[in-house]
Design a protein around this ligand. Structure first.
Ligand code: NAI
Ligand code: MG
Length: 347
């Protein structure tokens, strides 16, 4: 048997870091089924060339042929471009990848020490403001822009269940619900109440009794995240808050270039570094490949290939701890390729 992995490098440094994840998977040998890779197209550059950001063929191959996938990054212009919409947002919806799971972990100087930051952001991945129903009208005093923020009970329940499962599998078993229901009592209120209600759903039968549940208003959550990150274990949040919190948490561990994620549904999983296409460092050969490599490990973990995932993570931790071969975002002087070689050697 083999493990068929769809590779969607996308734009910018996505193309520089996805080969790193591929190299790490290939280095595992018999710890996982033999990986087979299929290159797939998506992104803004593709859109400017062909008028399509996410070809039907990419979705078809992912749905029909692949066991899992790795996504690099795509560029999105901050201004509206007619006909363009972000392929990653569309892919998450089409493949029903309703959770974005983002572990943020610092690497302690001594392997025996506890990391100072060790948390997982579980971000709802299909709705909130990312339904992108925006409207611009002209009112009495000029332009007026509106956006719809969709929160459903179904999506909140699914993300809540995923978050409780993840919390249950961690030593601390602590879950913080992030919301702003003091102001947005209908939307965030529904999210908060639905997640809180997960342990009493039919069929759960006390399974989550050991999980301690806390909650925090999103703005003070960011404040506390910076002052005392160790209070957090698993954080579950609606889409936009989760996006912001996970980038903020990345700053605590040194670089966005370190933080992996998976987009996960009940049937499919897609690894994806949290960072974007980083046009400011594009083409210099200095993009940090570790977030992408860790995303491959996280993808394996979700598929149940724990041994392979552990080997990749251990190699990455060693490279960071040793500190000799690192990219400039971590204060090092090495390039992407040298870091990849160092990780592969250790795997
Ligand atoms: P970004 O994440 O691309 O970059 C933010 C900063 O972090 C930059 O200074 C960049 O050089 C640095 N950085 C990011 N990844 C790095 C890595 N692997 N190694 C070293 N340094 C790294 O966010 P930005 O600049 O706001 O967005 C750039 C483009 O990426 C935009 O078009 C945006 O829409 C897109 N983007 C795409 C995402 C995705 O595909 N999921 C997520 C976030 C942004
Ligand atoms: Mg983001």
């Amino acid at each position: 048997t083999s493990l068929k992995v769809g590779l969607i490098p996308g734009d910018g440094i996505g193309r520089e870091v996805i080969p790193a994840a591929k190299a790490a998977l290939l280095a595992l040998g018999s710890d996982i089924p033999k990986p087979e890779f299929v290159d797939l197209l998506a992104g803004f550059e593709l859109f400017t060339r062909t008028g399509t950001a996410l070809p039907e063929e990419t979705i078809r191959v992912l749905e029909e042929e692949c066991d899992c996938a790795l996504f690099g990054a795509v560029s999105s212009p901050t201004r509206r471009v007619a006909g363009y919409s972000s392929p990653i947002v569309a892919l998450r919806k089409k493949l029903d990848l309703y959770a974005n799971v983002r572990p943020v972990v610092s690497v302690a100087a001594n392997p025996e020490d506890k990391p100072s930051v060790d948390l997982v952001v579980v971000r709802e991945n299909t709705e909130c403001l990312y339904v992108k129903q925006e409207e611009l009208t002209i009112g009495e005093h000029g332009k007026e822009a509106r956006a719809i923020r969709l929160i459903t009970e179904r999506a909140s329940r699914r993300i809540g269940q995923m978050a409780f499962e993840i919390a249950l599998g961690r030593p601390r078993k602590h879950l913080t619900i992030i919301h702003k229901s003091n102001v947005l009592s209908t939307t965030d209120g529904l999210f908060r109440e639905t997640v809180r209600g997960v342990p009493s759903l039919p069929g759960v039968n006390g399974k989550y009794d050991g999980v301690e549940v806390a909650e925090q208003i999103v703005d003070s959550a960011v404040y506390r995240l910076f002052r005392e990150p160790q209070i957090y274990d698993v954080m579950v949040a609606p889409n936009l808050y989760g996006d912001i919190i996970s980038d903020a948490a990345a700053a605590l561990v040194g670089s966005l270039g370190l933080v992996p994620s998976v987009n996960a549904g009940d049937k499919f999983v897609m690894g994806e570094p949290v960072h974007g296409s980083a046009p400011d460092i594009l083409g210099q050969g200095i993009a940090n490949p570790l977030a992408s490599i860790r995303s491959a490990a996280l993808m394996l973990r979700h598929l149940g290939y724990t041994k392979g995932a552990d080997r990749i993570d251990k190699a990455v931790d060693e490279v960071i701890r040793e500190g000799k071969v690192l990219t400039p975002d971590l204060g090092g002087k090495s390039g992407t390729k040298e870091v990849v070689d160092e990780v592969v050697k250790r795997i």
